[in-house]
Design a protein around this ligand. Structure first.
Ligand code: HEC
Length: 140
């Protein structure tokens, strides 16, 4: 086998490495790109209101389960405040993505096993508007 002139190597090698770096960067950003695509796709969507019984369940879940980390008044605890003021600059689509997928590497867990994306968006919109109180008279 005949080796090529050494001057033919560096450029090829460099392109190859640049290509690999670009691919790695893309792979790293894929989840973000997906989240953004999801957010943009949902940007104009208003979540359909769940049936009253399901809505009551979701309100209870947020007050109890989310409240255990975000504070019983949702004013913050282990997790940050989820009040209307605190979330004013955060798009509901972002909040819905966080609720659905959690924030890997932090205690914020994903909730996709317990609610669908419409429900996550509905909760996000309720949080942005100031979350409703639990209606204790109808609690089981
Ligand atoms: C085990 C504790 C825990 C539970 C339970 C929990 N969270 Fe979180 N949540 C966190 C933490 C911690 C963060 C902040 C993560 C970080 O960015 O470091 C967070 C972040 C968030 C954020 C992003 C806030 C922002 O300002 O960007 C939202 C929205 C959120 N949680 C909603 C919820 C909802 C809704 C529930 C219930 C369905 C819930 N969380 C349950 C711990 C929790």
């Amino acid at each position: 086998m005949q080796l090529k002139d050494i001057r033919e190597y560096p450029r090829h090698d460099l392109n190859h490495r640049k290509d690999r770096i670009a691919r790695t960067a893309m792979a790293r950003n894929a989840p973000l790109a997906l989240t953004l695509a999801l957010a943009v796709g949902a940007a104009c969507a208003q979540a359909p209101a769940p049936a009253p019984e399901r809505a009551a369940q979701l309100v209870r879940m947020v007050r109890q389960d989310c409240g255990s980390c975000h504070g019983m008044r949702l004013t913050g605890g282990l997790g940050p405040a989820l009040t209307r003021q605190a979330l004013a600059v955060k798009p509901p689509e972002y909040l819905a993505a966080v609720i659905t997928h959690g924030i890997p590497g932090t205690p914020m867990p994903p909730w996709s096993a317990l609610l669908n994306e419409d429900e996550a968006l509905w909760i996000a919109q309720q949080l942005s508007d100031g979350f409703p109180e639990e209606n204790r008279t109808h609690a089981p």
